[in-house]
Design a protein around this ligand. Sequence first.
Ligand code: N2P
Length: 351
Amino acid sequence: MIKTIRQFIFLLAALSLVPLFLSGCHKSQSAGQLNLLAWSEYIPQEVIDGFTQETGIKVSYATYSSNEEMLSKLLAGGTQYDLIQPSEYTVEALVRDHKLEQIAKDQLPNLANMDPAFLHLAYDPDQQYSIPYMAGTVGICVNTDKIKTPIHDYSDVFTPAHNQRIVVVNDSREIATWAMEDLGLDINHVNADTLQKITPVLTQWIPLIKVFDSDSPKTSLLNGDVDLGVVYSGDAAYCYEQDHKFQYVLPAKGAHRFVDNLCIPLGATHKHEAELFMNYIMRPEVSKIISDKFPYTNPNAAARKLLTPEQLENPASYPKDTGHLEIFHDLGAESGEIDKLVTDLRAKFHA
Ligand code: N2P
């Protein structure tokens, strides 16, 4: 008897799966595919699901935590990606090397929603290869319950008093830039002399760091594992939303202001799907979902109108320009030298 009931239940379950299976087959035959390679913790699952639901296009979503990691995944071959999310300096390099598809702008009516301040920037003056996704800065997030001394600059973060209380983004170029800013060096021209000058500074700073985390630097701040850090503004903004004891400080000597973009790698097999996705995320109500989840600086003017006053007053999402915000340019071969320096120092102190 039990056996028969079991068989019956099994039959019912199998039958209920049939329509699902059929519709699945049907969709994969008619609908497209989009292979997305994006920063971790940047595109809400809700946005991806909404896109799939509306278009039937299945999205496969791989992540990375630095531009350099994205480039190596892109160039490694194997998986063919249709959409990538490079920062300004990486768009510059990809355009120069003819590695991007030209975007069909007639497919992007929602481009009209974007704040012109984020369009036609130097890395893509004719807006042929990129659309801005989110912008932000890399700055200092301080738990003011724990840190009572004033924090204005990198040198206030990296002091022996903060030994093993610091989180930083796990990104060699960002880390080297803080030492360059501290020494008043040009962050976009790196040579042997620069490397020699920043080495003693980084040798002091790197051993003090407890956590290297680009995926979610907010986590160790929120759970009290560390008391301050140099992190992405979106992570600091999220901490501030949770508790105003987390304050955001843009280092007085200078900080990186980034614009992350969506671009289509040359030869992408699903270019049309990629353009549909670009246009979808530029809808104000979709872009708002991104800001709700990852509170960076939203370059979509129409979406910003949908944000709450609290969101727009968040000092990490929409900071006052200190006059010392700088964008990165491609460093060419020197970027490998920087990575080697930082990686070697880390290996030395964080065995
Ligand atoms: C989101 C990553 C932010 C990108 N987790 C910094 N360019």
